[in-house]
Design a protein around this ligand. Sequence first.
Ligand code: C5P
Length: 302
Amino acid sequence: MSESVTVRVPAKVNVFLGVGEREFNGYHDLATIFQAVSIYDEVTVTRSTEMALTVTGSYADVVPTDDTNLAWKAAELVAQACGERAAVHIEISKNIPVAGGMAGGSADAAAALLACDELWNAHIPRDQLDALAAQLGADVPFMLHGGCALGLGRGDLLSPIMTRGNFHWVFAMSTGGLSTADVFARIDELRLDDDQEIDVAVPEELMFALAQGDAKALARHMHNDLQRAAVDLKPELAEVLSYGRQSGALAAIVSGSGPTCAFLAGSESSAIDLVVALKSSGLVRDAVHAHGPVHGARVVHQ
Ligand code: C5P
């Protein structure tokens, strides 16, 4: 029986994010296209006498290390589901920006679900693991699956999407985060002044661009309904987005609820040039190159 299991889990970008009305459960109806990208956290769970959580890496100082961490909650859910005592040490090695719109907390939760299932030999069927994931948060099921998927409902009703090739991305991290709940609340306020119908359909051209691996066509149809709210709460993001476009990005959007900005590049070399330009701009905390789609949470060591 293994004493410890490590799972590697990617970040995500919403290539398209259509936000509908707020439903009775407090969540907005979404039509989103997720793509898993090659920025990874690693989550290791080790048998212990009680629950404990430690964090290392780039954002260690701002991640909670108690039962408010979604990974801790994930371990407790798996323990409950398989009749084990919840007693593991969870170690998170963080690279995914925190409160950045790249599902970092959700990724760690998905990784902890999978790692505990493996550690305790629980063999929870995939549909039940998906249900536990959805209980933890709207983005958690996608972080288990990875690849590229359409997310409906709260974003948790997933259908895989066919894609070809590799897309090159640059992600620019801001100083400070944005709360997902605040950004969703702000879009509701801003929409009070709109007289347009809310339309959350994903354009067919965007699905076609993904299937063809056509970055230029994808760039024409990328969109994020939350961008307006994120920029309203953090106005400096407008400058970051326009700087990226001027520096060669095919498209620039806020990633999820932000404040991380996602730039689609036409090639690996243009992505690397963009990283250099953004890093020297003084506008962002950091910028990294990543590619997608990549696999979801995977056991890498036990
Ligand atoms: O599911 P998760 O806990 O990550 O969501 C955080 C918050 O974001 C929710 O409490 C809700 O306020 C908002 N949200 C939403 N509609 C969604 C997803 C999230 O309003 N589809």
